[in-house]
Design a protein around this ligand. Structure first.
Ligand SMILES: [Mn+2]
Length: 406
């Protein structure tokens, strides 16, 4: 039996102001082809289906169209969990209807861990697999946080709460052990022994890791994770994995291979766990260096022939001088090529302090970074800053929870 593990589609995402719709559509088409060719019977999507809690109608249409087309393949069982970017209520709204098509959606944690246990049956009623479908767990699901707690203590308690959740899940799935079917757990979290894409490090506020490989009970034959956009094993374990996102979601992810994990289960266990690389539908490229270097690199990249979709380029210029006409110069340089300059940024400060601020633009900063700058400017540092940042992080998480979006 073949199972496919994917995550972090982020449908509806915009990169700066550019729509990702064409790339997402091609990626989902590829996913459907792969499911068909590999005769996949079970699809797991481990969170962040959508990029925001209230995605555009076009993104929703893409999602439902995908599920509709999926029903025409050999894939009969689908489990979709909510990520931190998904609105639990939005994802769960069509839950009852989708269940009739064997599409199981868990947007948020239930009151009981048993609600996350989903036995999957084939058309003849034979048990195929059991999935512990754990969505992104919010503070209120874990009930671990204590007001005024220091950040290290919080991290420790979060890890303990997550480990406990997976222990309870394993206990609830125990009755299905020894039946020759795989017991699969899902999760949308930051597991230790992994590394995020460079600019993704503020995804879970105020901590470095939520859980470690050894915190997942041995009962699970496989743990399908989402949240980190780079495919990887957790703690070197071949059966605890991130599938990574389907397309590169930022310029920091352009060196990663994107794709999905294909699992082949036979009665005696896994025969293969394989990463299938998705095609690059649109190249995202970062060009950096001195003004002369970036010109050379840009031309070399632009001249490398036809691509499927117009590549998007970010240019980082190292300079100590003001370059008033440089934007225009670069745009004219590549005007005749199939290439779009998305962003041109000067990296070093110019001489003179009053001009320094121009090198950092507000839209390039995360909310947390703005807060940190503001604190630093007010002369706050050390443990006091750390504590304020933690509190601010909690506030942001609460606001996001209220809005049902990230
Ligand atoms: Mn996420």
């Amino acid at each position: 039996m073949r199972i496919l593990h994917s995550s972090d589609w982020h449908l509806g995402q915009k990169l700066l102001t550019c729509d990702r719709e064409e790339e997402h559509q091609r990626a989902l088409d590829w996913l459907l082809d792969t499911i068909q060719q590999q005769e996949v019977e079970v699809l797991l999507v481990a969170g962040d289906v959508f990029d925001i809690g209230n995605p555009a109608n076009s993104a929703r249409r893409m999602y439902y169209r995908f599920l509709t087309r999926l029903m025409k393949t050999a894939c009969r069982q689908v489990v979709i969990t909510g990520g931190n970017h998904d609105s639990p209520s939005m994802l769960q709204a069509p839950r009852e209807l989708l269940r009739h098509f064997n599409i199981h959606v868990l947007g948020e944690a239930g009151a009981q861990v048993e609600e996350e246990v989903i036995p999957l049956y084939d058309e003849s009623g034979r048990l195929m697999a059991v999935v512990g479908a754990v969505p992104f767990l919010r503070d209120r699901d874990l009930k671990y946080s204590i007001a005024g707690e220091r950040s290290e203590e919080r991290i420790r308690r979060l890890r303990a709460a997550l480990a406990r959740h997976y222990r309870e899940l394993a206990e609830a799935m125990q009755p299905f052990a020894g039946q020759g079917v795989p017991l699969l757990a899902m999760g949308h979290l930051y597991a230790g022994g992994t590394y995020a894409s460079a600019r993704q490090d503020n995804i879970y506020i105020g901590d470095t890791e939520n859980i470690r490989a050894e915190d997942f009970p041995d009962l699970f034959d496989y743990v399908a994770l989402g949240h980190l956009h780079r495919q990887q094993k957790v703690g070197g374990q071949p059966h605890i994995r991130y599938s990574g996102s389907l397309i590169p979601l930022s310029f920091s992810e352009t060196k990663d291979e994107k794709g999905v994990l294909l699992l082949d289960w036979q009665e005696d266990g896994w025969h293969a766990i394989q990463f299938l690389v998705a095609p690059t539908f649109r190249r995202l490229k970062t060009v950096s260096g001195s003004p002369e270097e970036v010109k050379g690199k840009l031309l070399a990249f632009a001249g490398r022939g036809q691509r499927e979709l117009t590549p998007w380029v970010e240019v980082l210029v190292d300079t100590d001088r003001l370059l008033p006409q440089f934007d225009q110069e670069l745009r004219e340089l590549v005007a005749d090529y199939d290439l779009q300059l998305l962003k041109i940024r000067l990296r070093k400060a110019y001489a003179g302090e009053e001009e320094e601020a121009e090198t950092v633009q507000l839209k390039d900063l995360s909310v947390q970074e703005v807060f940190r700058h503001r604190c630093t400017a007010a002369g706050i540092s050390g443990p006091e800053l750390e504590e304020l940042e933690t509190t601010f992080g909690e506030l942001c998480a609460w606001v996001r929870d209220q809005e049902g979006r990230d």
